[in-house]
Each structure stands twice: as structure tokens, then as C-alpha cells.
Write a protein that binds this ligand. Structure first.
Ligand SMILES: Cc1cc2nc3c(=O)[nH]c(=O)nc-3n(C[C@H](O)[C@H](O)[C@H](O)COP(=O)(O)O)c2cc1C
Length: 163
């Protein structure tokens, strides 16, 4: 038999392990761990991330109107832990962790090249239902390491060893 639990926060599990990368007006890169990440529409393909306004990354996404969702694989725990606990307000997180990156193709944000999946998104709207601002992002491009694609271009998710 089920029991009603009082603490109702974070009741959808498991929480995704995603890294959102972004860039400010001065061209500075940053990234943070985001557990609030989900698909939002099939066609057109859209996704959703939630960022607390006090995060340093928040103003970057707000101002640039874009972001990249990167899915890390096992072995990236050190970088993931760091990006989810330190703020770009205090240090250049990419420099400190020697984060490997390249420019995204369609949006003004970096792609984390050590992550097998990177999703370029442009913000189409945002809402603030509570603690997090939810950014709805149109998927402009989906990049997948070619070793995880079969001959038909199907993504071999199970082969990736995602975190
Ligand atoms: C597992 C985990 C999930 C997190 N999920 C979110 C999230 O969905 N939204 C958010 O704003 N912060 C989230 N955070 C916190 C940020 O990643 C963290 O505060 C980060 O240091 C912010 O970096 P910034 O100030 O450089 O933007 C999460 C942290 C962890 C460890």
C-alpha cells in the first residue's frame, strides 16, 4: 500500500544528468549542472531546462537567448561535480577544469566536446512557475559522436555509457 509523503519536491525521478553550456555578451563561456531538463515537444523538437535566477549562468541564457544541453558519459564525474558546485561568478570554470569545447554551429554558446551528445537550442519562451525559470528551447541541432550512430543515423543510446 502507498503512503502520502509530505516532501513533494523533486518527485519525478530519476533526475537527468545534463550540463548546460552558455556564453555571455563578452564572449565568456560557462556551464552548470542542470537536473531540470526534459523534452517539451516532438515536432517541432523542443526541450526545457530550469535555471534558478541566482545562478551565474542564468543571465547568460536570458541575454543570449540560447544554450546547449550536453549529456556526459561515465568518466566525466569530476567535471560534472565541479560544474555543479562552483560558480562562474567566482572563477573561469572552463579554464580551471580544462573543459574541452568548440563553438556551436547555430547558437552563440560552446559545445562540450567530451560529451557524446550536445543539443543546440534557441529560447522561444520562458516561464517562472516557482524557484526555477523554465526556458523552452527549440532544438536547432543535435550533435552525436559518430561512434554512437548506426548506418541509418539511428542513435545508439545504450552504447554511450551516459552518466
Ligand atoms: C545534481 C545537480 C542538479 C542541479 N540542477 C540544477 C538545475 O536544474 N537548475 C539550476 O539552476 N541549478 C542546478 N544545480 C546547481 C548548479 O549546477 C550549481 O549551482 C552551479 O554551481 C551553478 O553554476 P553557475 O553559477 O556558474 O551558473 C544542480 C546541481 C546539482 C549537483
Amino acid at each position: 500500500m502507498k503512503k502520502k509523503v509530505q516532501n513533494t519536491a523533486l518527485c519525478v525521478q530519476p533526475i537527468p544528468k545534463a550540463l548546460v553550456s552558455c556564453r555571455d555578451r563578452q564572449g565568456r563561456n560557462n556551464a552548470l549542472v542542470v537536473g531540470f531538463a526534459a523534452n517539451a515537444s516532438l515536432d517541432p523538437a523542443m526541450v526545457m531546462i530550469g535555471i534558478v535566477p541566482s545562478r551565474y549562468s542564468h543571465h547568460m541564457v536570458k541575454e543570449s537567448g540560447c544554450f546547449v544541453i550536453n549529456l556526459p558519459k561515465k568518466g566525466y564525474e569530476k567535471e560534472y561535480g565541479y560544474l555543479g558546485s562552483k560558480s562562474g561568478r567566482d572563477e573561469d570554470k572552463f579554464a580551471v577544469m580544462d573543459i574541452q569545447w568548440e563553438d556551436a554551429e547555430y547558437v552563440d554558446a560552446p559545445i562540450l566536446t567530451d560529451c557524446p551528445v550536445s543539443i543546440e537550442c534557441s529560447v522561444i519562451e520562458s516561464i517562472m512557475p516557482g524557484t526555477h525559470e523554465l526556458f523552452i528551447g527549440k532544438v536547432e541541432a543535435l550533435h552525436v559522436d559518430e561512434e554512437y550512430l548506426d548506418d541509418n543515423g539511428t542513435i545508439l543510446w545504450d552504447m554511450m555509457n551516459l552518466m
